[in-house]
Ligand binder design. Structure first.
Ligand code: NAD
Length: 334
């Protein structure tokens, strides 16, 4: 187990196999508000450095997300850098043992490439783990509340007739599509695994779009619900949407892109706030709150986004800066 020193992070660990290859990365960014909650992501990376970088960015985003949502949780993240086909029970147990060295300061939850059965396997060797109740529908509920806050801010009383593009027909994306259809939006969906998009379209009547075309389609709302870094310096000027609000983490490849979006008049709901419904639900579970209480808390994501949009407008700052300030104020208090 190798400890990496990274400024501003409480602990960064890389667990290696006998050949020296990274088999697990676990990061705890900040536990001033409470134990760090974070995903377990399984996917291949071109290099160990890229896997560590993503893990650090996601851990930090979790701290800000929990703080901005008013939760008593910190931020962390963990990665198994492998193809999902190599996700063996032994690998999950090794990951659990790496997490166990944090002594309960990191609470893992499922993310891309993992499900609750995987979390239960990890829970055989470490505690606590979040393995009950899928947070994805709650993340989607929060995103839909955030989208409505953005469209209201742009002068639309409701979603009827608005053209919304959802990138990714996975756990969050598909739940979001169902909610948007119920609200009368015209929904376009894309997924690199085409059958996921077509199955969702067959169920809901939405339109399937080529994954390469969706981000730059003419849209009222672009909702990224796949991987991060969707908006890059190369793509930002090609966007033809009025609002960006989705479930994915780390939507912007770099934070300065929030300024470019603002210059272009594109309303941006900071990812770590608009996608906080799942974390809100998980804290409600940890505290044994009822589902109805959790629902009310998750719907408040809309109020947080409205507040950030107003602060951004009145103070001439980006919505991301407004969200960072809100989170930092809570962390400083702690
Ligand atoms: P998922 O793996 O179930 O779904 C992601 C989907 O995106 C997959 O179907 C995948 O094929 C598709 N995809 C990948 N690249 C794509 C591309 N370029 N274009 C179109 N589709 C693409 O994952 P999920 O649990 O739905 O999470 C989606 C995102 O939301 C992730 O970034 C995750 O970190 C974030 N998130 C999830 C939750 C949650 O509750 N699950 C909470 C907060 C944030």
């Amino acid at each position: 187990m190798e400890e990496l020193s990274r400024t501003g992070f409480e602990r960064v660990v890389v667990d290696r196999d006998a050949a020296g290859a990274a088999r697990s990365i676990v990061v705890v960014h900040d536990t001033r508000l409470g134990p760090a909650l974070g995903g377990v992501r399984v996917r291949p990376y071109p290099s160990e450095d890229e896997a560590v970088s993503e893990c650090l960015a996601l851990a930090r985003a979790m701290t800000v997300k929990a703080a901005a949502a008013g939760l008593d949780l910190g931020g962390g993240w963990s990665i198994i850098p492998a193809d999902v086909s190599d996700k063996t029970p032994e690998r999950l147990l090794a990951h659990g043992r790496a997490i166990a060295t944090f002594g309960g300061r990191f609470i893992p939850v499922n993310d891309i490439g993992t499900d609750q059965a995987d979390l239960r396997k990890i829970g055989e060797v470490t505690s606590p783990v979040c393995a009950q109740g899928d947070p994805s529908p709650w993340t989607a509920l929060g995103v839909s509340a955030g989208i409505k806050a953005c469209t209201r801010f742009s002068g639309h009383a409701d979603l009827r007739g608005l053209r919304i593009g959802v990138q990714g027909a996975g756990n969050v994306g598909s739940a979001l599509v169902r909610l948007l259809v119920q609200d009368g939006a015209e929904v376009l969906v894309s997924d690199v695994v085409e059958e996921r998009a077509t199955a969702l379209a067959a169920e809901t009547g939405v339109t399937v779009v080529d994954p390469g075309e969706l981000p730059t389609s003419e849209l009222d709302v672009f909702a990224p619900c796949a991987l991060g870094e969707v908006i890059t310096p190369d793509t930002v000027d090609d966007l033809r949407c009025r609002i960006i609000a989705g479930g994915a983490n780390n939507v912007l490849a770099s934070s300065d892109l929030a300024g470019r979006l603002r210059e272009r008049g594109i309303v941006y709901a900071p990812d770590f706030c608009v996608n906080s419904g799942g974390v809100i639900f998980l804290q409600a579970q940890i505290l044994s709150h009822t589902e109805e209480a959790a629902r009310k808390q998750v719907l408040k994501v809309g109020d947080v986004i409205s507040d950030l949009l107003e602060r951004s407008e009145s103070r001439g700052i980006t919505t991301t800066q407004a969200a960072d300030e809100l989170a930092q104020a809570r962390l400083d208090e702690a």
